[in-house]
Design a protein around this ligand. Sequence first.
Ligand code: FES
Ligand code: FE2
Length: 410
Amino acid sequence: MDESYLAEFRARSEAESARVGPPESFPLLPDLPLGRYTDPEFFDLEMEAVFGRAWLYAGHASELVGPGSYKVIGLPAGEVVLVRGDDGVVRAFRNACRHRGAPVVRSAQGHTRLLVCGYHSWTYDLTGQLVRVPEERDFLGLCKDDRGLVSLRCESWGGWYFVTLDPSAPGLLDWLEPVASLLADVARSPLRVIDSKAVEVECNWKILAEGFLEVYHARTVHPTTVAPTLDTRGTVISLFERGHQNMLSPVNTGSRGDSRESLATIEHVPAVLREQIQAAHGIFPNLITPLDARGFPFLVFWPTGVAQTRLEIVWFAADWGDGTMPGPELWQRRLSRFDSIMEEDYRNLAHIQRSMQSAAHGGQVIGYQERRIWHLHAWIDRMIGESRVPAALRVPDALAGWVERMPVQA
Ligand code: FES
Ligand SMILES: [Fe+2]
């Protein structure tokens, strides 16, 4: 991130602060239909065409250290196990035995030499090959080579692993651009997962995600926590291809009185991130990361039902190598401060879902500063295919002209 980027950011930010309304060319956006958050058929379309075809964040190299280390992730389509082979390659398989579908791994994370089904002990090696079938004599014509675990595409960017259910999806890096370029410094930094947890929230996954796609709510929901730290009126938003986007807010200088200054800075991550700019990048469809040179979270939104979402919060810190984890008490304080901010965010969500289910308010009104929400919906419809979206629920791609096609240098 060089001076010219900072200068460009400041100029754009000043223009945002000074404007009296949206730019003249900004279109009038219709309301977002409530059925997009409540209709089971629309939800099924999202699961098939968006979550069934996108690259989805699955895990980090620091969670898969050494051959046989594995991690289970819950995709909407079912559990997937990521496992590192003896050759060092991380592979992804459906966590479903080829005999009668029982899981081959039951703990969320661990280490194993073989994947042994807990029902009748069919056994797979770390490449997914079926290597042992008890009482094999009873299975007429069974060809073990044809009954390996079902694999998914799994690719990495930096130390991050993503999976997709779509064999014809573009390569991961193509999918992630221009975010991959924007985050190139972060991606080449040595990172370690320092904390990871999941929270169940009673609302559609988009209601939760949308709370992280705007800063408009900061003054109301986070008056003493987030709001004093950010100049929200100077926020600069960029929309990118494939539904990715980001939001950069100027940080109010002198507002950072917390403990994070004492935490190790991540190599290659510009200190300006969080000291001067709060950058939050969104990777379509379900990942948001508010960057901070002293450690940052991935927020991953996993739909588990039309009105049910599992939020996975994964924190990355500068890798501390072979030594002991630095500053555990500082991290604890920082994480609990973050948790209380998240509690502020959760408060409205189940109520919003109920308002939508009872059609209490007609539709979602989206302002200029909330246009990342529109972009998310437009790309959901793009993935599904406009003609397959019920007419009453369609979201026109009204902001196509606002997509920045060239990566902004960071
Ligand atoms: S279901 Fe896995 S061994 Fe029977
Ligand atoms: Fe918030």
